[in-house]
Every structure is written in C-alpha cells, then in structure tokens.
Design a protein around this ligand. Structure first.
Ligand code: MN3
Length: 251
C-alpha cells in the first residue's frame, strides 16, 4: 500500500467518524437518512487526491458589506480559512504516517490536537459562510416554521434566544465562537461558547448557527467593538439555511 492509498484510507475513516457525530454526510444533502448538516462536497473533499480543498464563498466577497467589509471577507476566507484546510490535510497526513510506522510516535498528541483545531476550523468556517446572507436578499429577521417553534420551546422566545446568543458571543474569552446547537439526546436547542476552533463543545452537539468572534472576523471594521459586529451579524443570518440544518439534525 503506497502513501496515497494510506492517506485515502485514513481520510475516509475520519469522515466516517465525523458523520457519526452529525456534522458530515457523504453524498448530497438530499440524503434524508442522515442528520448531518454538511456534505463532503460542502467541505471540498476531493476523492482524486484524498484531500480537502477550500470551497468558494457562496456569494461575492462584498455581498455582506453593510455588516462585513470586502477586505475582511477576502483575508478571512482566502488566508485564514485556507490555512485551516492546509493544516487539516497536513495533520491527517502526519497521523497516517504514525499509524503505518513511518512517523514519529512521540508527536501523536501534537498532531491529534492539530487535527481537532484545523478540522474544527474548516467545518466552523464552512458553516459560518453559508449561515449568512445579504440583508437585501433575505438575511436577518427571524426563522419561521419548526425552528421558530423549537426556539420558543427551548429559550422562551426568539428575543430571549437572541439575548443569550449575543451575550455568549460577546463574552467568549479570547478567540472563539458562539453556537446555536441541537442536542439530539434531550432534543433541545442550546447556546454554547467555543474557544479557539474546538474547545468547550460537548459530545454529540450538532451545530446549526455559529458566529466567528476571532478578531480576524471583525477587527478592520469594528476594532474592539465586538458587540457591534455581533449586532450586525444578527442582520445577515441566513435563517432559511439554518432551518434546513435543523430539519436534518433532528432526523
Ligand atoms: Mn475565522
């Protein structure tokens, strides 16, 4: 078995594990037997090379510029997100070599942490981009249908959800995220904080909506006023997409 074949086996096993956690499905999103909120295609998985690639933004770089400026979007997507994809492929490759007795066993903890950080970064940003939409083409407002009903059940009202989500995001210590997640065991929606790209998330939580509060996401336009950026984010949430994720998550 050559190195490419080993890499492919490793990556496929990794995808299977992620699929079990409700984040990634193989094939298209029309596969209603899966509760995954993203597909291999969404994540730029390339079967030919057995690597992840960086998908394009689902809109123009300046599409959200009433809230997030074009330069921030270009740097964030083309540099930061690209870096997570590169780091993810590298971590998978290094772990693969260790497994096949061609790497340095003493670095297993380092590369496992790198995998968690960069896979988290890739998934988080993929969800972030498609979780937004221009306020002139349907972004913002409130969800309707089943998701609206579930938000009321879980938080009391949309306003109470929004208050907790914005507070959680504003108060993330250092770099991280706030998420609306579906917790499939108790069948509840919850708000969580995340530090970096992975810490503080609990087992099985299915991410529905995330706001990136790393300074790279907002500093050019908002400087230290993170709360103003989060207020802006609320105006560009793509609730149609978030509702689709919710319907898949609760299958
Ligand atoms: Mn980011």
């Amino acid at each position: 078995m050559n190195t490419d074949e080993i890499t492919r086996r490793n990556a496929l096993l990794g995808l299977a594990a992620l699929g079990a956690s409700g984040v990634v499905a193989s094939g298209s999103t029309s596969n209603t037997s899966s509760n995954a909120v993203l597909t291999q295609e969404d994540l730029g998985w390339d079967d030919a090379t057995s690597k992840y690639t960086l998908p394009d933004l689902p809109y123009a770089y300046d599409a959200l510029n009433t809230v997030i400026d074009e330069q921030t979007m270009r740097i964030h997507h083309d540099m930061h997100h690209a870096g997570y994809v590169k780091g993810l492929n590298n971590a998978l490759s290094k772990l693969n070599l260790i497994r096949w007795d061609q790497g340095d066993d003493s670095l297993i903890q380092h590369w496992q942490r790198q995998l968690s950080f960069h896979m988290g970064g890739h998934i988080n940003h993929t969800l972030y981009w498609s979780g937004m939409q221009s306020e002139f083409s349907g972004g913002g407002g409130q969800p309707d249908g089943n998701l609206a009903h579930m938000i009321k059940n879980s938080f009391g009202s949309f306003g109470k959800f929004a208050k907790q989500f914005k507070l959680a995001a504003t108060k993330v210590e250092g770099s991280g995220w706030a998420w609306l997640v579906y917790e499939p065991l108790s069948k509840q929606l919850m708000v969580t904080q995340m530090q970096n790209q992975q810490d503080m998330m609990f087992t099985g939580a299915i991410p529905l909506l995330g706001v990136d509060v790393w300074e790279h996401a907002y500093y050019l336009k908002y400087q230290n006023k993170r709360a103003n950026y989060i207020d802006g984010f609320m105006r560009v949430i793509n609730w149609t997409e978030v509702s689709k994720r919710f319907e898949r998550a609760r299958i």
